[in-house]
Design a protein around this ligand. Structure first.
Ligand code: GAP
Length: 445
């Protein structure tokens, strides 16, 4: 973990937030390379969910959330962690995370602590008008259920996908970006006919494992955890956690829950007229029926929901951990190389002129950079430092799959040297063939 944290800072992936004022616990900022990696990961998820499935639609809803939503969702009452205070070191911990140096007799009785951040909405600060920063992106999917169904004519099964920030006032944030107070989620709510939910649950577990493998996480680093009943969230009938071997231990990367008809059943009006199986509290505030009419029987059905919910930040950490390699090169030399899947790499190619002050070389390199940039594959960099060895080292360390060197033969022959990040093999290629080649490299073709 220390090596990763140090690489992240040195190369501009991730910084402690507000570091110049001593930082703030549980908050991190993504730097120039981190934002590219994170965006690429989110785009890969969006492609796999929304673009590859005609029965899944996207959503981008507000973060500030009406408290009534979080009252009926159960979060106001149950989104809590037990905490204890240590009278010896004067610190507060989550009950299951008390460090060994605190003695049992110094701990207070556990108290429930709600993890939601509350904030004033509007100009009056007396607490009469407030909202929550959403603790999960899911709730706005449920409250927009009818809007999406009506505007996109969906019938079961279908899904709504959303990527966005979520906030939790974690008692003990820790392990770099693993447990933070502000993070991003990639959540799909997949609505199905009641009775077909268990089959869909299994299908989504498999689909999600396949997707993580495509992002460079091998299955040997993953274990599935079938969450026992006494650990399930209040809305879940069954949850499979995708556990990853993080540098600090085996922990949750993604949860795939069968939320039954709990959420739509909790937020709908006319609950008594609907056949809701989950145990929901009476809703006197909703003005909308959240159900779907069966075309043949004309019966109203409250769909069940399968929810794959992944953390973007935990995804970034797992992917970087897998990609991070230190290789011995012989003669006591070694190189650090980030073997990211090329579609995730923050920089897709670096174009390096052999000499930085040679106008002809720099012009060829800069024309090639513009040409490659227009392919829309992600960031291409013109690395005009005049030091090829240093350029290779930097780009190995940040995971750039291809370095393209422009030398004097490039002027005569219109060719360049391509260096592969993983094998370090070099080959000569016509400059006009490089765009097509790069498309293949980035898309893993
Ligand atoms: N809507 C369901 C839900 O929010 P969750 O298991 O509480 O379920 C889903 O969260 C995912 O969000 C987790 O698997 C994890 O990847 C990520 N996550 C949750 N809390 C987090 C935190 N404090 N810091 C970073 N990621 C977090």
């Amino acid at each position: 973990m220390d090596d990763l944290v140090s690489l992240c800072k040195r190369r501009g992936f991730i910084f402690q937030s507000g570091e110049i004022y001593g930082g703030m616990q549980g908050m991190y900022d993504y730097g120039p390379l981190g934002v590219e990696l994170k965006n690429n990961l989110k785009q890969a998820w969006w492609n796999a969910m929304v673009y590859e499935n005609d029965n899944i639609e996207g959503l981008d809803a507000a973060i500030l959330t009406n408290p009534t939503i979080l009252k009926y969702s159960g979060h106001e009452d149950t989104f809590t962690d037990p905490m204890v205070d240590c009278k010896s070191c004067n610190q507060r911990f989550r009950l299951d995370q008390v460090p060994e140096h605190c003695k049992k007799e110094d701990l207070t009785e556990p108290r429930q602590f709600n993890l939601m951040f509350k904030t004033n909405v509007g100009p009056i600060e007396d607490g009469s008008s407030f909202g929550y920063l959403r603790p999960e992106t899911a709730q706005s999917i449920f409250t927009n259920f009818k809007n999406v169904v009506d505007s996109s004519s969906k019938s079961l099964p279908f899904g709504i996908a959303q990527i966005g920030k979520a906030f939790r006032n974690e008692i003990t944030p820790r392990n770099f970006i693993f447990r933070v107070r502000e993070f991003e989620q990639m959540e799909l709510e997949f609505f199905v006919e009641p009775g077909s939910d268990e089959d869909w649950h299994k299908k989504w577990v498999q689909k999600r494992l396949d997707w993580w493998e495509d992002q460079g996480i091998p299955m040997k680093s993953i274990e599935l955890y079938d969450v026992p009943n006494d650990e399930l969230a209040h809305y879940s009938k069954g949850t499979i956690d995708v556990m990853y071997k993080f540098p600090h231990g085996l922990e949750e990367l993604e949860g795939i829950a069968n939320r039954t008809d709990f959420d739509l059943g909790s937020h709908t009006k006319n609950q008594n007229e609907l056949n809701i199986s989950a145990n929901v509290v009476e809703n006197k505030s909703s003005n909308t029926r959240l159900a779907i009419q069966n075309i043949e029987t004309k019966e109203w059905v409250v769909p069940y929901v399968i929810e794959p919910s992944a953390g973007v930040d935990r995804g970034v950490l797992a992917i970087m951990n897998e990609a991070y390699n230190v290789e011995t090169l012989g003669e006591g030399k070694e190189r650090t190389v980030l073997k990211l899947m090329p579609h995730l790499s923050p920089v897709k190619a670096a174009v390096i002129p052999l000499k930085k002050n040679n106008e002809e070389l720099v012009k060829i390199a800069s024309d090639l950079k513009s040409r490659l940039q227009k392919l829309n594959l992600g960031r291409i960099i013109l690395e005009n430092t005049g030091n090829i060895g240093k350029g290779y080292r930097r780009h190995d360390e940040i995971g750039t799959p291809l370095c393209i060197t422009i030398d004097f033969d490039s002027i005569e022959e219109n060719t360049a040297t391509l260096r592969d990040r993983d094998t370090m093999n070099q080959e000569r290629m016509e400059i006009d063939k490089i765009p097509e080649y790069l498309i293949k490299v980035v898309n893993g073709l």
